[in-house]
Design a binder for this molecule. Sequence first.
Ligand SMILES: [Zn+2]
Length: 113
Amino acid sequence: MSIEGKKCAFCGKEFTPSKYRPNQTACPAPECQRQRQIQNIKEWRSKHKGDLDPDVKEARKQKYREWRSKHQEYLKLYKESRRDEYRTYMRDYMKKYRKKKAGGTEEAAAGQP
Ligand SMILES: [Zn+2]
């Protein structure tokens, strides 16, 4: 029975990887474990840095533009339906506003310079 030795990626010493984690790259030395953790964080960041990477941002914008051009008709209908809703809302709002103003409160003018 031979022990399958592996070389530590950080200190270069041979070590026996845990049978539960045969892919581990660092020996059990605390310093090497710490280095491995730092590397893990770096790798995770490079995978998840999408928001900081201008290329990815641009690619996302491009994707959105493509999506939008495909769904333009849908967006148009959506906007129109929203516009009607908004109009109704504003009409009601203005009605209430005028009523309030007519009620004699000077609140609306108070904020003016
Ligand atoms: Zn090591």
